[in-house]
Design a protein around this ligand. Structure first.
Ligand code: KG4
Ligand code: ZN
Length: 351
């Protein structure tokens, strides 16, 4: 079956054609990263405006690269939520228009379930049940995936997502946006251990996460380092604390802070992810979402997982960040199980 996937939940406009839920025929992603960079984060209003400009061209490009005429598409999958409402509506309206014009079924897809199904695009040997960790800019969630129609949320963050913490800490350290890849780069070659930040909710049976305390600990440490105080004492506002010149002078200290921060996030994700796999007796742990691109996380998860007989499954980096192939893959599984939506469904900011 040929399925067109459409993804517009945040700042990527994406479309993809996938055959039989596993073969990617095209995978087009237009990122708005450069537009949002100057604001240090995604500006929702701006994002939806950019989606509406890009979406038709992105869909056309996906069909062209797959060498498929619109009439050959057999079904459409589109991200329904969670995400930014204005952004989701662009993808949903496009998908509905096409489904109506072509007279084909449509499936509204859960964005986090789609992230999990990215693993099935790469590893066709992956069988149910398994556990999955979705770790991105908006989410840090653990799922027990019992079957295509039986996906249970078993742990989540109580405050910030891990990627959000990377972005906020990078901003605070004056390193730019998006924070994850920049912090990873800064931490490269620095031996962890000289500075240690606290890890939250590490008690034995917890599968939940919390990263706001860590963020505040980084803030306090930088305040101490430069003898400055965050404006209004509001840890949430997270402006760069010191001038770029002072940051450059203290480059090594900043790199040590970035490394200690990354270590704390990585250790928390590794401990909770593997604990979840053990709890549900799963030999495989899918790790996906933007933060799954982090090499320190990949290395540590693989090392500790091997010790416990658990194999971490990381989709290729291109399939970890937001894309539409994962949406088409998830929709294919829903369609195969007989699930479709009528044209009345709406967008869900939370789901
Ligand atoms: O999944 P994604 O592309 O978008 C959503 O949030 O849905 O994830 C983006 C997040 C950002 O917070 C970014 O800083 C983080 O993933 N990220 C990373 C890395 N690459 C991207 N975090 C840590 N290490 C990385 N290499
Ligand atoms: Zn995502």
């Amino acid at each position: 079956m040929l399925v067109l996937g459409i993804e517009t939940s945040c700042d990527e406009t994406a479309a993809s054609v996938v055959r039989d839920g596993t073969r990617i025929l095209s995978d087009v992603v237009v990122s708005q990263m450069e537009i949002h960079r100057e604001f240090g984060g995604v500006v929702p209003e701006l994002a939806s405006r950019k989606h509406i400009q890009a979406i038709s061209l992105v869909v056309e490009e996906a069909l062209e690269r797959a060498n498929i005429a619109p009439e050959q598409i057999e079904a459409i999958g589109v991200t329904r939520g969670p995400g930014l409402i204005g952004c989701l509506l662009v993808g949903i309206a496009t998908a509905k228009g096409m489904a109506l014009a072509l007279g084909i079924p449509i499936c509204g897809v859960h964005h986090l379930h789609a992230h999990l199904f990215a693993a099935l695009l790469d590893r066709t040997d992956l069988t149910f049940p398994f556990v999955g960790l979705v770790v991105s800019g908006g989410h840090t969630s653990l799922f027990h995936v019992k079957g295509p129609l039986d996906i249970e949320l078993v742990g989540k963050t109580r405050d910030d997502a891990a990627g959000e913490a990377f972005d906020k800490v990078a901003k605070l350290l004056g390193l730019g946006y998006p924070g994850g890849p920049i912090i990873e780069e800064e931490a490269r070659g620095i031996e962890p251990g000289t500075l240690r930040f606290p890890r939250a909710l590490m008690e034995k049976d917890s599968l939940d996460f919390s990263f706001s305390g860590l963020k505040t600990a980084v803030l306090k440490s930088v305040e101490g380092l430069f003898d400055v105080k965050q404006r209004n004492d509001r840890a949430g506002s997270f402006h760069p604390l010191v001038s770029p010149v002072r940051l450059q002078e203290a480059r090594n200290e900043i790199r040590v802070v970035a490394t200690a921060f990354q270590e704390a996030v990585v250790e928390t994700l590794v401990v909770k992810g593997l604990r979840c796999a053990e709890k549900y007796a799963s030999e495989k742990l899918v790790v996906c979402g933007g933060v799954a691109a982090n090499r320190a996380l990949r290395e540590r998860m693989t090392k500790e997982g091997t010790r416990l007989g658990i194999e971490p499954v990381f989709p290729p980096i291109r399939l970890c960040t937001d894309n539409a192939a994962m949406v088409a893959a998830r929709a294919s599984a829903l369609l195969a199980a007989g699930e479709t939506d009528d044209l009345g469904f709406g967008a869900l900011s939370r789901w």
